[in-house]
Every structure is written in C-alpha cells, then in structure tokens.
Design a protein around this ligand. Structure first.
Ligand SMILES: [Cu+2]
Length: 69
C-alpha cells in the first residue's frame, strides 16, 4: 500500500534524505522515497499509517507538510 505526501521546502538530496529517514522511523512504513524536484514523498506501508503521523515526520525533518494524496 502506498501514499504520496505533498511537501514544501525540500531543495536538494540532503533534504530528500532527511525526509526519507524520518518517514522510515514510523512503524509500518517499509520504505520511503522523497523527491525534492517534485515536492513529494512516496511511502510504502505494511498497513495504513495515519496522515497525522506522516505530517509529524515531515515536520520533524524540517519541511512543510501540505497534504497526503
Ligand atoms: Cu537540501
């Protein structure tokens, strides 16, 4: 199961890595890939993860969570 998160504020590979690491700390997230150019991250989940948790991880990484689509 996948979700795409729209994120503002990432500008380079380091930003992508910060976001990826924070998202992958969440239980039930198998992997996360962030793309600064597209301003989004895609998470692969073992089971449904609440959007609030995704938001918290993005903010912890230092970027602005816009929405989950
Ligand atoms: Cu950066």
């Amino acid at each position: 199961m996948k979700k795409t998160i729209i994120i503002e504020g990432m500008s380079c590979e380091h930003c992508e890595m910060h976001t990826k690491k924070e998202l992958e700390k969440i239980d039930d997230i198998i992997s996360a890939e962030a793309d600064a150019d597209q301003g989004q991250a895609v998470v692969e989940m073992e089971k449904e993860v609440a959007d609030a948790k995704l938001k918290a991880a993005v903010e912890e990484a230092g970027y602005e969570y816009i929405k989950t689509v």
